[in-house]
Design a protein around this ligand. Structure first.
Ligand SMILES: NC(=O)c1ccc[n+]([C@@H]2O[C@H](COP(=O)([O-])OP(=O)(O)OC[C@H]3O[C@@H](n4cnc5c(N)ncnc54)[C@H](O)[C@@H]3O)[C@@H](O)[C@H]2O)c1
Length: 278
């Protein structure tokens, strides 16, 4: 394994932290500390600990990656605050703002300490196979070198883009952070209809999954606009047109997708902590 990526302090190694960790391990991550309360093990040369108190004082991560639930973040801030004076914090938490997270860290640092640097990223789970999409936002306090390090780390597990403004992270979360779930739902629903219409579960599963995967791969490999790819499938007067007339009715997918994405973005704003969260 070539160690191309700097050591990380990864706080929270569940669905998203674990997906990123899997992707980074495949790309040669330097020995890192993973803090997680529920995970059983991590492969060598990485170290699993239960709390930041178990991380050796002389460990100098290149980056602290924060991947606990937004509602649970308070519990880890005190313990990771000292490390935040050694390395920037890359938060993948939905909603939680740079300002809010910086204030939480600062509350646990001695008066007069330098201001910790927090950068936000919204990744998605295909990161585990190097096919992720991550959008980042850095405040003006972040240096170019810190931004470049984020780009390097995240490019190792997929595509990376930067948002100009922090408030854009809410709709980004709705589209690319949550987006894989919508695509999987599409596959689930196609599979269910196939079974309801008489296909065996195995055949319905095979055709739904490969159709979603193949359509996505063609979109990326061809670089063709999605609308043109859709037109290429749609014979005038044919079967696709019949389905699209149902799906594209103003009160069907256009309205539903708009409502769904706005609901997700609204929840992202709520999770900032500015308003009560469930
Ligand atoms: N799941 C996704 O697709 C996705 C995508 C983008 C961003 N996110 C963000 O990633 C974060 C994690 O989401 P998830 O889906 O991976 O949740 P998860 O519950 O699967 O993972 C959270 C992990 O944090 C660990 N944890 C909880 N409290 C801890 C503590 N005090 N110290 C150490 N570890 C602790 C848990 O054991 C768990 O493994 C969230 O903030 C979410 O908004 C998730």
């Amino acid at each position: 394994m070539t160690q191309q990526l700097p050591p990380l302090l990864l706080v929270g190694c569940g669905q998203m932290g674990g997906a990123m960790f899997d992707g980074w391990m495949k790309e040669g991550l330097a020995p890192s500390f993973i803090i997680d309360r529920h995970r059983d093990s991590v492969p060598a040369p990485h170290h699993l600990v239960r709390s930041a108190d178990d991380v050796p004082d002389d460990f100098h991560p290149g980056m602290i990656v924060l991947a606990t639930k937004p509602q649970k973040v308070d519990a880890v801030m005190a313990a990771i605050a000292p490390f935040a004076l050694r390395a920037p914090v890359l938060s993948v938490l939905a909603g939680r703002t740079v300002g809010g997270l910086t204030d939480m860290l600062t509350d646990h640092l001695p008066a007069g300490s330098p201001m910790p640097v927090v950068i936000r990223a919204m990744p998605n789970t295909p990161s585990s196979i190097g096919q992720g999409m991550t959008v980042c936002y850095a405040p003006p306090a972040a240096t170019q070198a810190q931004r470049d390090l984020c780009t390097r780390l995240l490019r190792a597990i997929g595509d990376v883009a930067w948002a100009d403004r922090e408030d854009q992270m809410d709709i980004v979360t709705a589209i690319s952070g949550s987006g894989p779930a919508y695509v999987y739902l599409l596959a689930e629903l196609m599979e269910q209809v196939g079974v309801a219409e008489g296909l065996s579960p195995a055949l319905a599963r095979q055709i739904a999954r490969q159709t979603v995967a193949g359509a996505g791969a063609l979109m990326i490999r061809s670089g063709t606009d999605s609308a043109i790819l859709r037109h290429n499938v749609t014979s005038p007067g044919g079967t696709t047109q019949q389905a699209l007339e149902v799906l594209m009715a103003a009160d069907a997918w256009p309205a539903t997708m708009s409502r769904a994405l706005r609901a997700a973005a609204r929840r992202s704003r709520e999770l900032s902590g500015a308003q009560p969260v469930a």
